[in-house]
Design a protein. Structure first.
Length: 220
């Protein structure tokens, strides 16, 4: 399968996993996660937009939460679970070089996953606002590597600035394409890490929708 057509990818400095990455120790119930997802869905729907997800370690939990709400087909377009490196390349257009140099659990790869998911819904062709959420991490209990302990999760959120924030204008061209990334260390067992990662991806997406680009996770 060929990668989806290209959108401009604004330059973003590659960042290694930070030594002082924020640690989150607050677990949420599935019901609470669905509530966050419903809030994001209503916000996207109010703009006439759509959402896509690209998930690795969460294995579709984010897409599941987003589709628990009746009528979500009005704004949820699709979700892609890309567990292997090959699927990240085939379905989302993640580069082999990024995987080799930075590893699958990196902000570089999370960013490329988010852009790939956004390309799939092609908001620049449909004229509809679009946002994509991407997650890649180590849920455990194994899989840790030096500098990336179990619980390390990298996130990417890609969207069209003008489309999702009318105050910033129509947003034509490359400057309208925005992507933010983050790395967080979650605590708990495999299930807890996955739930926390899904909740964080959705909650931060909502913060971005509200223009709060300085959102920080709670500190343990």
């Amino acid at each position: 399968m060929n990668p989806p057509p290209s959108l401009p990818m604004p330059a973003l400095a590659d960042r290694p996993v930070p030594d002082d990455m924020p640690t989150v120790a607050t677990d949420l119930s599935e019901e609470a996660i669905v509530t966050i997802a419903a809030q994001l869905g209503r916000a996207i729907e109010a703009l006439g937009g759509s959402v896509a997800t690209a998930e690795s370690c969460t294995g579709g939990l984010i897409a599941r939460a987003l589709t628990e709400t009746a009528g979500s087909s009005a704004w949820f377009d699709r979700g892609v679970v890309t567990y292997s490196n090959a699927s990240k390349q085939d379905l989302l257009g993640v580069s082999a070089a990024s995987l080799d140099l930075h590893g699958a659990v990196s902000e570089v790869v999370a960013r490329e996953m988010a852009w790939g998911a956004l390309r799939l819904i092609a908001p620049e062709r449909s004229g509809r606002p679009g946002m994509a959420l991407a997650v890649t991490g180590i849920a455990g209990p194994g899989g840790a590597v030096p500098g990336k302990p179990v619980g390390t999760v990298c996130f990417g959120w890609a969207w069209h600035r003008g489309a999702l924030d009318p105050a910033k204008g129509s947003g034509e061209g490359e400057s309208a394409q925005v992507c933010e990334t983050a790395t967080v260390l979650f605590t708990g067992d495999r299930a807890a890490v996955r739930r926390q990662a899904a909740a964080y991806a959705l909650d931060h997406a909502m913060s971005l929708m509200q223009g709060n680009l300085q959102h920080q996770p709670p500190q343990a």
